[in-house]
Write a protein that binds this ligand. Structure first.
Ligand code: NAI
Length: 327
């Protein structure tokens, strides 16, 4: 068997953490042959609840689990981490201004960036789930001076999967027959789910749906799905977010399939006019543990305006955290 992979999950006692840990432990993320050592990071007030999750994880007697530990010190929790899933963050409380939210999260993600820098493994891969995910990833990367920024990514796979599901429902085609769909920009209501390069059972998706449905129903439905889940379920997406985080990492480690791609928010290399360094969602292919942004796609005027709007929001988040001294 291969050596155990050390996976640190933050926010381990939260609802996404609870939906995520058992599936990682079962082998759903890295496969049935890869042993895993799970480090759970929580704040001190929630560490006991995380200990309860550890008791349950023990009770599953998962054959792949070689270690289970709860930490409230990020420097210990990230020591030796091959994979870091940064789920915990500070939710917006009553009366909290945007600057307060950014600065509370800036505190969390700058410390976690430093802790990763101090002790994580050389092959570290990071996905940030906690919101504002893109900008939190930017902050963490900027405090991890010795780790290539490219290892810091943020989750837009949930948006990608929501976009697949909506297109599948509209066209009556199984999800497995839809390829090359893209989420661009920020994990927020400005994101742009783009079907202009997508195929549905081998046919161009844009030939199967009309432009009005796209602009008035599809794009807003996908972008505001998080709010829809809250209003129907009475709580924010948890199992679907956990699944997406797991799929994000699984794709990164195991590779995308030929002729298809996925969406990941990654530090821009300047592609598609996205300013360098912004953590923005792109179409990416993955192979051998690396990802690359899909090059040379044609961007229509319709797409351009939407990508630019979401990127402008990311730029304003970046200036706000820079002004707070968080980068
Ligand atoms: P939750 O409130 O149930 O759990 C968050 C946990 O994080 C809590 O147990 C809290 O104690 C912990 N935490 C807070 N600060 C921490 C720190 N410094 N270190 C370690 N743990 C810390 O929230 P839930 O539902 O699990 O969501 C987690 C985050 O994921 C939220 O920010 C949410 O907005 C975000 N999210 C992102 C999605 C995406 O697609 N990118 C989708 C859904 C949620």
């Amino acid at each position: 068997a291969s050596a155990p992979v050390t996976i640190t999950v933050t926010g381990a006692a939260g609802q996404i953490g609870y939906a995520l840990l058992f599936r990682i432990a079962s082998g759903a993320m890295l496969g049935p042959d890869v042993p895993v050592k799970l480090n759970l990071l929580e704040i001190p007030q929630a560490a006991q609840a995380a200990e309860g999750t550890v008791l349950e994880l023990m009770d599953c007697a998962f054959p792949l689990v070689t270690g289970l530990e709860v930490f409230d010190d990020p420097f210990k929790a990230f020591d030796g981490a091959n994979i870091a899933m940064l789920v915990g963050s500070r939710p917006r409380g009553p009366g909290m201004e945007r600057a307060d939210l950014l600065s509370a999260n800036g505190g969390i993600f700058s410390v976690q960036g430093k802790a990763l820098n101090a002790g994580a493994a050389d092959d570290l891969k990071v996905v940030v789930v906690g919101n504002p995910a893109n900008t939190n990833a930017l902050i963490a990367a900027s405090h991890a001076k010795d780790i290539p920024a490219s290892r810091f990514t943020a989750l837009t796979r949930l948006d990608h999967d929501r976009a697949l599901a909506q297109l599948s429902a509209k066209t009556g085609t199984p999800v497995s027959e839809i390829k090359r769909l893209t989420i661009w920009g920020n994990h927020s209501a400005t994101q742009y789910p783009d079907i202009s390069h997508a195929t549905v059972a081998g046919r161009p998706a844009i030939e199967l749906v009309d432009q009005q449905w796209l602009a008035d129903e599809y794009i807003p439905r996908v972008a505001k799905r998080g709010a829809e889940i809250i209003s129907v379920r009475g709580g924010s997406s948890a199992a679907s977010a956990a699944n997406a985080a797991l799929e994000h990492m699984r794709s990164w480690v195991q590779g995308t399939s030929d002729g298809d791609w996925t969406s990941m928010a990654v530090p821009s290399d300047g592609s598609y006019g996205v300013p360098e360094g912004l953590v923005s969602s792109f179409p990416v292919t993955t192979a051998n543990g690396d990802y690359s942004i899909v090059p040379n796609l044609e961007i229509s005027e319709f797409s351009r305006a939407r990508i630019d709007a979401s990127v402008a929001e990311l730029e304003s988040e970046r200036s706000a955290v820079a002004e707070l001294g968080l980068l």
